[in-house]
Design a protein around this ligand. Sequence first.
Ligand code: MRU
Length: 335
Amino acid sequence: MRVGEKHYRTVWREGSTIFLIDQNQLPFHFAIHEAKTYKDTCHAIKTMIVRGAGAIGAAAGYAMAQAFLEHTDVEQAKKDIETTRPTAQNLFYATSRVFTAHDPVKEAQSIADKDAAACKRIGEYGQVLFHSHTRVLTHCNAGWLAFVDYGTALSPVYEAQRRGKSVLVWVDETRPRGQGARLTAWELHHEHVMHMVIPDNAAASLMSHGNIDLVLVGADRIAQNGDIANKIGTLEKAICAKAFGIPFYIAAPIATIDFAYVSGKNIPIEERSQNEVLYQTGMTKHKALETILVASPGSGAYNPAFDVTPAEYITGIITEKGIFTPEEIAMLKAR
Ligand code: MRU
């Protein structure tokens, strides 16, 4: 995607260094982070300099390739990479592929390239859900920042707009880290897509007033039966959408499907630091980044980063191979 006059991917490799758009600094500063070793790349994944299922997957693949280039203990490196973040299936898909590849560097590059190509296809398949005027709700950031390029849930939005359709995106702010307010809004602003950031608890009301035509979100892991894990708050939106008869779609590449999970029940859910709930970081009027306490001093917080939406709430899953019902996911194993 373009930032200013330049085309960027979220993560890329030059020699043995991995370059990443620093998502912790967005939307206030656009900065590139350099990870020179596989441990640096692990740190970037863990601290969410790079985040989002596909971008994490690509970074993990590159980290595995760096470990080979460093001639280090690659089995230990694989373990280190896999303990950075536990929920996104794309991470485990990438480490296993690169670990067993004949040419690890080439394989890591191919994972990143395939992610970008899959997301482009998702946009082409998904844009059919958009009519001449569509108001779509999205949660978290499943745009190009969350993948190598194009994104998943936002790829159909970009494609629909490119084809002349009018799109309004309702952007859930996505507490506690604010990926919607910070990242999705930043992306949409730069792509000149009409959008409004809304509080996380506003969607049901908007649905009840007939202001949402479609819900479109990403996924971090998809089980064989079509249950999906995604950013905390997704389940709530799915239940609301069903109550108001609004189509609820997931957009994700096939690499997000984990056939080892028969249902979503046992998908590992990352629990993150309570400080993400208790504190918020933003820009002051003097343009400095500042972190402030936003909860009652002394209170603790619980911070599960993902939830699981059962297949019964999902209308369809948009992949690079077409749009499937949750029931059809199991048959993709045979393909
Ligand atoms: O914790 P994050 O920001 O890495 O969250 C993962 C996600 O990007 C979302 O859950 C998204 O909706 C899934 S698709 C990338």
